[in-house]
Design a protein around this ligand. Structure first.
Ligand SMILES: [Zn+2]
Length: 122
């Protein structure tokens, strides 16, 4: 499963970052995942539950931000978000396009436990 190896990469980034911040516990991990990244979010959360066991992120939350797909038409220069059924440029009809955003698979930032505001938690 592709999500497991992605999460293993995430966890190595997270544990290194946690070490740099003094080795405390991670309270949340914020990921950016593009709409076209081909990542199944349920599988990713499942992988996190398994891989985070016994690590600094064991009790941490996984927060995932979906990055929408945005395209650039190399024909006319327009930037647009494609519709559901067609990726071609709405201005000139070209299919000569580049992906600007939507393929992200990255750790945006992490929160350590001692930085967390505990107000309002149940
Ligand atoms: Zn165009």
């Amino acid at each position: 499963m592709h999500e497991v190896s992605l999460m293993q990469n995430v966890m190595s980034v997270v544990s290194r970052a946690a070490e740099q911040q003094g080795g405390g516990k991670v309270s949340s991990i914020h990921l950016k995942i593009g709409a076209m990244a081909g990542v199944n979010l349920d599988s990713l959360r499942f992988a996190f539950d398994i891989i985070s066991r016994g690590t600094v992120a064991e009790e941490g939350k996984l927060e995932i931000q979906r990055v929408p797909l945005k395209l650039h038409c190399t024909g006319c220069g327009r930037e647009y978000t494609p519709g559901q059924f067609s990726m071609t440029c709405p201005s000139c009809g070209s299919s000569d396009i580049e992906i600007i955003t939507g393929r992200e698979m990255q750790v945006d930032y992490i929160m350590m436990e001692d930085q967390e505001c505990r107000e309002g938690s149940p």
